[in-house]
Design a protein around this ligand. Structure first.
Ligand code: PEP
Length: 268
């Protein structure tokens, strides 16, 4: 782990029922979580209110997606304003399932992230390559392209407030402090094929270098870069030892309270 505060997010994806989520929340409330870690869970939209009303304040809530601008006539969408109303502090954007199953593109994802940030939500910004891209030696290029889409839209916030979709001033001062980058190789997500600590570390360093060259040395050194892809209670400690792994985004293993707690505590 690096010098930033360790950050562990649990992405529950499209899983759970009122009953199973009540049990998971109770397990998390009873778990011993090290103090010096940011802990966040991302329930499905429909259970956010239930979770917020029953989970310890020690754990913050993230959404798994958000609408690209202010709410209105957008059937089936959930706005950033509504997420804030429910007590969400974060939103996951650019997740590979939304990129590759739903078909979201870089530009749209970048706009969503910038809008969420402009309204004061923290953004867990996901990047990562497909297996064929890794095999073709394109891992860094793919991650750089995805980072560029996020960073380009973030920068619009500070340079061109009246542009395109914002129509006015943002409600929050956009800050890179409210962004966590999740490196999630697509071939590792939900497959049981975790990246080796060296593979993850190598990309985290590349991401930091890109930020140094394209944003600022300060942002590059302070930002948390977390790893996601088949992290579990057995492999988290080795990954957490890497200097540039500042935490985890966890899917499957976040549905089991005690195992998620092991991952939260893996850096200590
Ligand atoms: C994820 O969906 O962000 C993820 C990392 O999933 P899993 O841990 O199940 O691979």
């Amino acid at each position: 782990a690096g010098t930033g505060k360790f950050f562990v997010g649990g992405n529950w994806k499209c899983n759970g029922t009122k009953d199973s989520i009540s049990k998971l929340v109770s397990d998390l409330n009873n778990a011993k979580l090290e103090a010096d870690v940011d802990v966040v869970v991302a329930p499905p939209f429909v259970y956010i209110d239930q979770v917020k009303g029953s989970i310890t304040d020690r754990i913050e809530i993230s959404a798994q997606n958000s609408w690209v601008g202010k709410g209105g006539a957008f059937t089936g969408e959930i706005s950033v304003e509504q997420l804030k109303d429910l007590g969400c502090k974060w939103v996951i954007l650019g997740h590979s399932e939304r990129r590759h199953i739903i078909g979201e593109k870089d530009d749209f994802i970048g706009k969503k992230a910038a809008y969420a940030l402009s309204e004061g939500l923290g953004v867990i910004a996901c990047v990562g390559e497909l297996l064929e891209e890794r095999e073709a030696g394109k891992t860094f290029d793919v991650c750089y392209q995805q980072l560029k889409a996020f960073a380009g839209k973030f920068m619009l916030l500070t340079t061109d407030l009246k542009s395109i979709f914002f129509q006015g001033k943002p409600n929050a001062v956009p800050s890179w402090d409210n962004i966590v980058i999740a490196y999630e190789p697509v071939w590792a997500i939900g497959t049981g094929k975790v990246a080796t600590p060296q593979q993850a570390q190598e990309v985290h360093v590349a991401v930091r270098d890109w930020l140094k060259n394209n944003v600022s040395a300060e942002v590059a050194s302070k930002i948390r870069i977390i790893y996601g892809g088949s992290v579990n209670g057995g492999n988290c400690a080795e990954l957490a030892k890497q200097e540039d792994i500042d935490g985890f985004l966890v899917g499957g293993a976040s549905l089991k309270g005690p195992e998620f707690a092991t991952i939260v505590n893996s850096a200590t």
